[in-house]
Design a protein around this ligand. Structure first.
Ligand code: HEM
Length: 136
């Protein structure tokens, strides 16, 4: 039975799955994040930013953040994005490359285009927190 006629303020009968559920939950996010950093570290423009960085910790934080962005558990316990990136002097071209690699990792994992669009716009909305080079 479906609650197709809009029936006032009743809660919907069917539960719409979150983007997090649609892509396959924690294992899928972990897989995407793993591939995302493979692509980043293979990119000569980006790799130097990650010299000396504790990658397991960074990946753990990124999994938590992306899970949260996808409507999964809200358990991100890393730094605020401005504090995490302020010392790095990241340019808008670096930012665009990172977004591109995340989109590639999501596409390779067969994530639906509407979900990729939402993740992309959320990241772009945070560009000001991350890009600090040449923006005085
Ligand atoms: C596209 C949006 C981005 C998101 C959502 C993002 C997210 C994150 C998160 C969650 C952390 C971990 C914070 C913590 O451990 O407390 C982090 C750290 C880091 N990010 Fe990003 N990031 C983005 C873009 C970039 C870009 C464009 C670069 C460089 C080109 C970059 C380089 C780094 C580095 C090097 C660290 C480790 C910093 C450190 O531990 O000292 N990130 N990022």
């Amino acid at each position: 039975m479906r609650d197709s006629a809009s029936s006032g303020t009743d809660a919907p009968i069917t539960n719409t799955p979150s983007d997090y559920e649609r892509i396959g939950g924690a294992p899928a996010v972990r897989h995407v994040v793993q591939r995302f950093y493979e692509l980043i570290l293979a990119d000569p423009q980006l790799a130097p930013f990650f010299d000396g960085v504790d990658m397991p910790r960074l990946k753990r934080h990124q999994v938590l953040l992306i899970s949260q962005v996808l409507g999964g558990p809200a358990e991100y316990d890393g730094r605020d994005l401005h504090d995490a990136h302020a010392h790095l002097r990241i340019g808008s071209d670096d930012f665009a490359r990172v977004v591109m690699h995340l989109v590639t990792a999501l596409r390779e994992a067969d994530v639906a285009p509407d979900i990729i669009d939402r993740v992309g716009s959320t990241l772009v909305a945070h560009e000001k927190d991350i890009v600090t080079a040449g923006t005085l």
